[in-house]
Design a protein around this ligand. Structure first.
Ligand SMILES: [Zn+2]
Ligand SMILES: [Zn+2]
Length: 133
């Protein structure tokens, strides 16, 4: 077995393929990185992922990112990169939250208006003898 760290794997458990890149940078910047013991591979990766946030998945490096009402997620590994907040009540979306229609606007299933609507519907169902739990 080769020495060193085990290969880095993506969110699907597949080994992340790597390659060597050459970069031309100012000598003084190189000196700074050296002095501060900054790993150039880590730096390039971190900087690129930060600058390209929502364009590339930090878990599997897929470029296939979808932007929807709830947030940004990766089409390849299904991971959520970031959740947006509800336009109406500011609650952050979660993996299970659902965008809902609240008074003709797009809200979430935590919106006070939506919850009131759900309560109201329960009452209506009781009136009409619809058993709902
Ligand atoms: Zn991914
Ligand atoms: Zn909401």
């Amino acid at each position: 077995m080769p020495a060193g760290r085990p290969p880095e794997v993506d969110s699907n458990g597949k080994a992340i393929e790597k390659c060597l890149v050459n970069a031309t940078i100012p000598t003084k910047l190189r000196d700074f990185l050296r002095q501060h013991n900054i790993n150039r591979s880590e730096l390039l990766r971190t900087a690129a992922l930060k600058l390209m946030e929502f364009k590339i998945c930090p878990s599997c490096y897929s470029h296939d990112i979808k932007d929807n009402l709830k947030g940004h997620s990766c089409n390849n590994c299904d991971k959520w990169l970031k959740f947006k907040r509800c336009d109406l009540c500011e609650a952050a979306h979660t993996p299970t939250s659902k965008p809902t229609s609240v008074d003709g606007k797009v809200g979430c299933d935590l919106c006070p208006e939506y919850l009131a609507q759900v309560e109201e519907n329960k009452k209506i169902n009781v009136v009409f003898g619809d058993v709902q739990r």
